[in-house]
Design a protein around this ligand. Structure first.
Ligand SMILES: Nc1ncnc2c1ncn2[C@@H]1O[C@H](COP(=O)(O)OP(=O)(O)OP(=O)(O)O)[C@@H](O)[C@H]1O
Ligand SMILES: [Mg+2]
Length: 359
């Protein structure tokens, strides 16, 4: 199947109210052409509502949905040129695989011979050619999801929307399909939005991730930037950062602040210009804290090791400084120095990955 001309998607001040409840509030979003953007967030934050508005299954309360600069928010779903894959596959049970995939083409009045050719290409793309005559009930979950994907892309949509497309599958199958989905999206170059609440899936598949909270986007970033530098406490917690410290600003300049961690000073790069004496929160991933000997000359926090566990590829240290608990991870390789419970150590925080969280 040839690469499609990729579209851009912009959401402007998109809002959805159910009676008085705002499920999505003033949402702005740009999805560059050909990229895959993931909406990531906890249950109920509004992910599916956004997707359904883009697809046209839900009316917008206010705001605009621009595809290639044209507002489609009042266009009937059938005329939006959007392919959608649902969590529960939603294949037609009384139709074969082949007829399921052909359905959208038939609806659009595509000529019979072209239908056959495009269905064949789409089924080949998801490796389902040999099962074309089966019914959905005769397929595994992964196979059904492949058909759903073929059915969505066969119409050569401007946008591909995927609502938890792998959510119903077991982990092993999920991981296999994740890489297939990624390859297919890249190969076709379709601008895509994926919805998931699985952060690993989001990190693996996405060009960009928008973390949603209560109908709004908290942070939009590349997967690496989001993982390394969550900007708010909500995002840091949602992405599983265990080290979030309440602290006080001791000194401040245009490029950094000095904060107190368990009574010891740490410099954190930032341009937010906090006032001295104000309270703040700091986050840093355990893998960005190096456990060093206490006499290490670098800037750090002197702490005591409370527990040490070798877990898979990591050594997990739980440390304490005054009443602060800090987790630090070291790679579990033979050259890593092992520190013992009760030992005093220097925790060296990587400044590039230590974040002053936004209020
Ligand atoms: N028809 C409706 N009437 C009233 N409230 C609704 C309706 N549909 C959804 N909501 C509410 O809107 C909010 C957002 O729902 P949505 O389905 O978009 O969440 P989600 O982020 O997709 O969650 P999940 O991860 O559980 O699928 C929720 O609080 C939900 O209860
Ligand atoms: Mg949902």
């Amino acid at each position: 199947m040839e690469t499609l001309k990729s579209s851009t998607l912009q959401l402007r001040q998109l809002t959805k109210k159910y009676n008085n409840f705002e499920a999505v509030r003033d949402l702005d979003l740009n999805v560059p052409s050909g990229s895959l953007l993931t909406l990531l967030g906890p249950s109920g934050c509004g992910k599916s509502t956004v997707l359904r508005m883009i697809a046209g299954f839900l009316n917008v309360t206010s705001g605009e949905i621009l595809v290639d600069g044209k507002d489609i928010s009042r266009v009937e779903p059938n005329f939006r040129d959007i392919g959608m894959v649902f969590q529960n596959y939603a294949l037609f049970p009384h139709m074969t695989v082949e007829s399921n995939v052909a359905f959208g083409l038939k609806m659009r009045g595509v000529a019979k011979h072209e239908q056959a050719e495009r269905v064949r290409d789409a089924l080949a793309m998801v490796q389902m050619t040999h099962l074309a005559d089966r019914y959905p009930s005769q397929l595994s979950g992964g196979q059904q999801q492949r058909v759903a994907l073929a059915r969505a892309v066969v119409i050569k949509p401007k946008l591909l929307l995927l609502d938890e497309p792998l959510g119903a599958l077991d982990r092993h199958l999920r991981e296999g399909l994740q890489s297939e989905l990624r390859d297919l999206q890249r190969q076709l170059g379709i601008t895509s939005i994926l919805v998931t609440h699985d952060q690993d899936e989001a990190l693996y598949l996405s060009d960009y991730i928008a973390v949603m909270n209560g109908g709004c986007i908290e942070q939009l970033d590349t997967p690496i930037a989001l993982y390394d530098r969550p900007q708010t406490e909500f995002v840091a917690r949602f992405l599983g950062v265990p080290n979030i410290f309440a602290s006080t600003v001791v000194a401040s300049s245009s490029s950094e602040v000095t904060v107190s961690l368990g009574g010891q000073n740490i410099i954190v790069p930032t341009d937010t210009g906090k006032t001295v004496g104000s309270s703040c929160k700091i986050s840093v991933r355990p893998s960005h804290i190096e456990v060093a000997r206490s006499e290490d000359p670098r800037q750090g926090v002197t702490a005591v090791i409370k527990s040490a566990h070798e877990l898979g590829e990591r050594i997990v240290y739980h440390c304490e400084v005054a009443d602060l608990k800090i987790e630090a991870n070291a790679p579990r390789i033979s050259s890593s120095e092992r520190f013992a419970v009760g030992q005093s150590v220097k925790l060296v925080l990587d400044p590039a990955h230590t974040v002053l969280l936004r209020d």
